[in-house]
Design a protein around this ligand. Structure first.
Ligand code: GDP
Ligand code: PEP
Ligand code: MN
Length: 604
């Protein structure tokens, strides 16, 4: 079918139109034609992949005022609206006519009418940017194509950093995901994000915060989860990182709710991904790639001692977009938790700021956007089109009161159900709303879930059955506190948990059986503390961290059973694993009481 490009004739400059025509992709032309008619931009800039175009976008970001140049070469700063500093869960809807438990939905026609009205004419007087990207490596069986349309140079600049440009790959009518974003009037009351599964399209308006506007990140996740479930693979909210055991490097994926440990965990090993993973089975092996090629990371608390790798990236020349930190008069930046002296005054997302105001200098969800290639610990396989074999999966939570720092599941289904699908984690400032409330967040992915958890979990359980050797599953918690509200672990302790997990994967260490899974022996951790951190590890610390609060674990298990019983078509394995866990815990309570020291279990 031949579709005319005439609608773009007066809008596009240069030879971009010829290039577009040569792709022979009528789906693409039809999509762009519809968006242009809807949004009515003054001009259209297609990013076909040349360096000049990337430079053009950087220039536009500065000219428009969406970014400001800082004193270090390549560094800029962007501010989001004070009410637009995080993901807007309440303004985000999956368009479907059937209600889904725990998912924010809207009837499709109603949602489409609403968002199309908000987008109508939204780009008048503005330029429209179109980016053509690949989620995952190019020339790879993992690859998914995606197009982003936006009137924000900051959004398209971010995407040029975070995603592989793949214009030529759109040839011959290839299918692609679609993202339509407009700043609109930046009237936050009219902020809407609508996910149209039926058309593989996400619309987003009146927002600039990247979690709501950068389509290929958390918006695409809704579409790729759907695709993965339909095709029998996993699209996950997970880092991918290599950890050393005694025999070599083992790749893990690591799922933590937003603001709870993905990026920081990916910095203590060999980095492939800090946020997202596509996992597929090939010849019985689970293999993973990073859909992205950059990091949109949380900056609060980043300091030279705890985070030397990120610290270096944020201080050397090179492409960095800071968002929602403090900008000082001399073109430098400052953020809370940097452990540097606080400047007297500066400018942040709320306007002028002074130290005397007593207000924080930066937002707790302030971020940095940088390419993966800036990181010293980047793994050699980061862009491998075949992915890397995954030996372990970590599901981590922010739980201040109950869960022990590390536990290993008995099996794939035990781990998927009692660790991954049972995650409860304290909400963070990555989501708009009250922080620190414990919320149900299976696989750290509930905010992005486009379908029933029943279908999602059935696919997960089946995925493991197709593997020759399923990855070992671990439950992590970096955030356990004592009765005085003090953290029981320091940030560097995560190096010990991952070292232990790597040894378990290669079967070079034993573990203690408990009703919730296997836990480390004191002596093994003591040796790791010595070797990895050069530190002593006391029996008292171990006992505090690994005492299992059986009564609380029982309560948690019963809460989760209560949740999954609400789902009509829940796989029987889900309730089965939870019931068995419940019985094991009750049995241990009758033997040991409400909690049990690991030293008692060691001798059992
Ligand atoms: N108390 C404590 N805080 C941590 C630890 N690791 C990371 N954090 C903090 O948790 C927050 C989020 O971490 P990050 O890894 O960026 O989360 P992500 O959004 O999942 O990538 C940051 O503010 C970190 O400083 C830890 O081991 N202990
Ligand atoms: C951008 C996000 O990612 P993260 O998991 O790093 O907080 C988010 O969840 O909005
Ligand atoms: Mn992160």
């Amino acid at each position: 079918m031949k579709v005319s490009l005439d609608f773009l004739n007066d809008l596009v400059h240069g030879d971009a139109l010829k290039k577009l025509e040569s792709l022979n992709n009528y789906r693409l032309i039809e999509f762009l034609s519809n968006v242009v008619k809807l949004c009515e931009p003054d001009s259209v800039h297609l990013i076909t992949g040349s360096n000049g175009e990337k430079e053009y976008i950087r220039k536009k970001a500065l000219e428009s005022g969406e970014e400001i140049k800082l004193k270090t070469s390549g560094h800029t700063i962007h501010f989001d609206h004070p009410l637009d500093q995080a993901r807007a869960r309440e303004d985000t809807f999956i368009l479907t006519d059937t209600k889904i438990p725990y998912v924010n939905t809207k009837p499709r026609n109603e949602g489409l009418n609403e968002i199309l009205a908000l987008l109508k004419g939204s780009m008048r007087g503005r330029e429209m940017y179109v980016g053509f990207y690949s989620l995952g490596p190019r020339n790879s069986p993992f690859q998914i194509l995606a197009v982003q349309v936006t009137d924000s140079p900051y959004v398209i600049h971010s995407e040029n950093i975070l995603y592989r440009n793949a214009f030529e790959d759109f040839n011959n009518n290839k299918q692609f995901l679609r993202f339509v974003h407009s700043k609109g009037e930046l009237d936050i009351r009219k902020r809407r994000i609508m996910i149209d599964l039926a058309d593989n399209t996400v619309y987003s308006v009146n927002t600039t915060y990247a979690g709501n506007s950068v389509g290929l990140k958390k918006l695409a996740l809704r579409l790729t989860i759907m695709k993965a479930v339909e095709e029998g693979w996993l699209s996950e909210h997970m880092a991918i990182v290599g950890f050393n055991g005694d025999k070599g490097t083992h790749y893990f994926t690591a799922s933590f709710p937003s603001g709870s440990g993905k990026t920081s965990t990916s910095m203590i090993g060999s980095l492939i991904s800090d946020d997202l993973a596509f996992i597929r089975e090939f010849d019985g092996f689970p293999k993973a790639v990073n859909p992205e090629i950059g990091v949109f990371g949380i900056i609060q608390g980043i300091n030279a001692r705890d985070d030397p790798i990120i610290w270096e990236v944020l201080h050397k020349p090179g492409e960095v977009i800071f968002s929602n930190v403090l900008m000082t008069e001399d073109g430098d930046v400052y953020w809370e938790g940097s452990e540097l002296p606080k400047p007297e005054k500066g400018y942040n997302y709320e306007g002028r700021w002074s130290r005397d105001s007593g207000k924080p200098a930066s937002h707790p969800n302030a971020r940095f956007t940088v390419p993966l290639t800036s990181f010293q610990n980047l793994d050699g396989n980061w862009d491998n089109p075949n992915g890397v074999v995954i030996d372990g999966i970590i599901f981590g939570v922010r739980d201040y009161s109950t869960l022990i720092p590390v536990v290993e599941a008995f099996s794939w289904s035990h781990g998927v159900v009692t660790i991954g699908a049972s995650m409860e984690s304290a909400r963070t400032s990555a989501v708009i709303g009250k922080s620190d409330e414990l919320e149900f967040n299976p696989m750290a992915i509930l905010d992005f879930m486009p379908i029933s958890l029943s279908r999602y979990l059935r696919n997960y359980l089946n995925f493991g059955k197709r593997l020759r050797r399923s990855p070992k599953i671990f439950g992590f918690n970096y955030f356990l506190k004592d009765e005085n509200n003090k953290f029981l672990n320091s940030k560097e302790d995560k190096r010990i948990w991952v070292s232990w997990a790597a040894k378990r994967v290669e079967e070079t260490t034993d573990a203690i059986y408990t009703p919730i899974g296997f836990i480390p022996f004191y002596e093994d951790l003591k040796a790791l503390y010595k070797r990895v951190l050069g530190k002593e590890y006391s029996k008292e610390d171990y006992e505090k961290q690994f005492t299992i609060k059986l009564r609380r674990y029982l309560e948690k298990t019963e809460r989760i059973i209560g949740i999954y019983l609400k789902f009509e078509d829940i796989p029987s394995e889900v309730i089965g694993e939870l019931e068995m866990q419940r019985k094991r815990i009750i049995d241990y309570i009758s033997k040991y009481g409400d909690s049990v020291s690991p030293f008692k279990l060691e001798k059992a």
